[in-house]
Design a protein around this ligand. Sequence first.
Ligand code: G3I
Ligand code: 9MR
Ligand code: ZN
Length: 539
Amino acid sequence: MSIHYNQVGYDSNLPKRAVLTGQGELCVILDANGHAKVCAPRLSEPAYDEASGDTVRIVDFSSLVSPGRYFLIADGEKVSIEIKARPYHDLNNALVKALYYQRCGCSLQPRYAGEFQHRACHLGRATLVKADGTLDENVLIECSGGWHDAGDYGRYVQPAAVAVSHILYAWELFPNVFNEELAIPESGNGVPDILNECRYELEWLLKMQRADGGVYHKVTTRYFAPFVMPEDDRGDILLFDVSHCSTACFAAINAQAYRVYRKYNPLLAERLLQAAKKAWLYLEKHPDFVPFRNPPNLSSGEYSDPNGEDDLFWAACELYAATNEASYLSAIKKRVDKVDVAQFGWRETAGFGALCCLFIVKDTLEPMFLSSLRDRFLKRADEIVELAQKSGYGTALAADNYIWGSILPILNNAIVMICAKLLTHLDKYQNAAQSQLDYLLGINATGYSFVTGFGEKAFRFPHHRPSYADGIDAPIPGLVSGGPNKVHPDAAAKMTIPPDTPPAKFWIDHTPTASSNEIAIYWNSPAVFVVGYFDSLAR
Ligand code: G3I
Ligand code: 9MR
Ligand code: ZN
């Protein structure tokens, strides 16, 4: 396939491009009947794309603005493209609704889940595992609820906190696009469904806090479950020790959620804030940093994080925003120079703290502090724009950085550029961010749309247990693939993808390959931010 295009559609008012791997011979755009030539697209000079090994040409048809279906033809190939007034709205809703399908500890009713209904899962109490891998039967807690993390059925605190934060920041910065009901059990209760859905995760997170404020790292079975429905995963439910980073991320997300939910539910908001403060106090009492490690012979996701300063920075920012207390401000200042302010991942989280300073509490910060943070943030954004410009496909990822979940750094970088655009109003940031949206929706070297159910050639075989085990052909819709991963291929990827495959193509739409085709809540959530932003531009 030679034409790589945005399979979900193009916004009438935004720049429009496709990428060709052929010569671009006889490149035209025809009307829906395939007769009249509606525009002669502009073709760029060929450029070599290191990550894919492709030589590519960019087709620019930004001048085409009338909504409708068209055919893009080049090199003897023909694809159907669509220009719309509001192309990303349904996608945006589906990305949030996908989290409903990840709910644990409740049944998914046909009314909300349709054919993807299933019975309640993982309801048992969780027993604490000690560092040596033996069980501590004295600690048995009720911690049902929350979202399954990914294609597996584990529930992990840091990924959860980060996923909710991407979504709550999307809500805080572009509230107008999240106003529709999503057909979830809480719909119609007077609270926007995006917040109803996040509350499901937040209520579980609250259960993960110990009485002294520390927060357990995760709750999972001993090993990853076989490919069965969640209610058929009957392994013992285990709770893993309190960890430093989980406690800090918990403090951060609860303080942010306090701010967001205050208006809708003051009692919930107060619980969230108290929990956040308690977690912070715990960290003050236990300042020694120890990264979490899986106990021996237990193999669910480790999510080991070697550094807690970024998470403490984030927590301090959100707590400062919630309370305006000077002690949190000094905790921010103590760390701000040590963290990468452009990171929004499960491991590095300082970007959320930066957003809190730059957008939420900017008026209460000293101008010097604020302008230096802003400069650092914009410098990172400029580096990312440059990275995207080096790529033939416009992708903001270096060729050697196609890691496990490469969609995360790509969407992470889109978030940075979107925020830079909000800060400066410069189009260069938005245009480069749009190339990452295009990447997600088909302008990538694989030619697939990385969202299930969205796009002519959307991926269909996620490493996702329910999508496999439910007996329905189609995968659950609105799920985001981790994307190409040449750095850490698993056995299934090694068996099915030739070793000399370039990084940006090191992906296969094949259920067994966890290392490249799994889905995860924290891959959907940055997509909610990015797609939400572009949806907010629609007129
Ligand atoms: O820490 C090292 C670093 O020192 C080294 O330089 C670098 C080399 O590339 O690797 C770093 O560690 C990597 C780590 O991610 C942090 O980026 C690991 O090798 C890499 O295997 C690891 O991938 C993680 C993967 O789990 C395997 O543990 C992904 O980030 C993470 O998203 C993924 O998460 C899984 C959960 O475990 C279970 N649930 C599903 C979820 C999604 O696949
Ligand atoms: O299915 C598991 C997936 O959800 C995890 O993200 C991944 C993390 O390493 O592991 C997968 O489980 C595999 C296990 O690690 C090794 N044996 C094969 C399992 C299924 O692919
Ligand atoms: Zn479950």
